[in-house]
Write a protein that binds this ligand. Sequence first.
Ligand code: GDG
Length: 457
Amino acid sequence: MGRLIVVSNRVPSDGPPSGGLVVALHDCLKHNGGVWFGTSGDIVEDPEDSFAELSGDGYKMRTFDLSPAEQQGYYLGYANSVLWPLCHRRADLMALNAGDYDVYDSVNRRLARMMAPELRPDDHIWIHDYHFLPLAACLRAEGVTATIGYFHHIPFPATHDLMALPQRDLFAGWMASFDLFGLQTQRDVAAALEMFRGLNGAEQLRDGSISLNDRRFEIRSFPIGIDADAFVKEAQSTDGRSLLNFAPDERLVIGVDRLDYSKGLDNRFRAFGRFLENRIVDEPRASLLQIAPPTREDVDAYQQIRDALEGTAGKVNGEHSDLGWTPIRYIHHAVPRDTLAALYRAADVGFVTPFCDGMNLVAKEFVAAQDPADPGVLILSQFAGAVEQMASALIVNPYDIGEMAQALKQALAMPLHERQDRHEALARGVFRNDVAHWTQTYLDTMARISTERAALT
Ligand code: GDG
């Protein structure tokens, strides 16, 4: 294979790579050689039309700055206030500000213009996420012929919601400019195929690929995984319970999410409140530890969710606390990764209840962190992409407060042999389909497509 070219919104240029996805991409780049392109994180008045170059251990990192107007229109505006809600079934939250799309488009064009002279025809270009949906079309316009893959980390939008996107007529063309359009789940692939079924000029070919005008490309699912082995080591590094001021028999329910409206946090707190209402007084107490670091706080919808959640936590705690106990502990800042891993391991229940989620890595991290001899129970929303691979979790409907409260009761009362059986089935998938497997499968598919294309020319 030629060089690997990675594009992601942020290049992880500050310090050693950390986090499963970043480390996995770093390892692939180190192995194949190549370039990682993306923003530097710096906002400057007049960003130049050129890249800074950094060394990335066997590969190059090329970063570019954004102007304040680009940060607003491209990142906070079109990417996170239009595409993010659109893809998470919240078309009602789309902030359709005239001009944001133009800025988003111009950042993609500028990036394509800067990248094109550095690319070679045998490169394999792997573009990550909704910040760069039009990037392949922009690169093709610059004459780039290399194989281009894309991975959509978030859900594919419902066809009905897509009709609310002013750029709906461009969407299919953006997708068709890639050679491989990767999605998290079969459910997402079905949604994407449904969109093409209704589209004039589009056809699904016998080999499953889609043809649109003069382009032919594939839509496939690649469920992302975690670095499960590394996570086990982190989870074992500290005794999680020693970090908490807990009574010896107090039970721990854990939630970990960026504070985002897609994660269903308010309903989760309500469900925990309902569970407490139904609790038998002599039962050991259970507390909910919710870690929810802030994210995109400059976007209105995120301030609203913060206010709502603080209100619900206050209400539940006001009703159920006593002098020595606060049932919901809500931490609105990030904790170190090894602390997080140790807390997962100490928890009796992982409470993962998004309304809509591409995959949800927290569910996989919780499973990897457990002690197989005495594992905790995973409660998982039917709307997390992870559910396709994690049928042995307790699956819940995050809109149904009563069902979630009942699942908490069931999880906390679950006998050891059932917890072990469920955990064994879940862990098998998490360790087998880890992030290294994911990158390898994706890159193998790109390599196959590139060989097939070469044979046709
Ligand atoms: C997007 C898609 C898809 C959270 N709090 C802390 C912390 N985290 C880490 C978790 C986990 C990651 O952040 C969150 O990943 P998720 O997958 O749960 O969700 P998104 O951030 O929305 O990610 C999602 C993912 O992309 C990958 O394709 O699964 O569906 O929405 O790793 O552990 N990490 C640390 N401290 C915290 O306080 N260190």
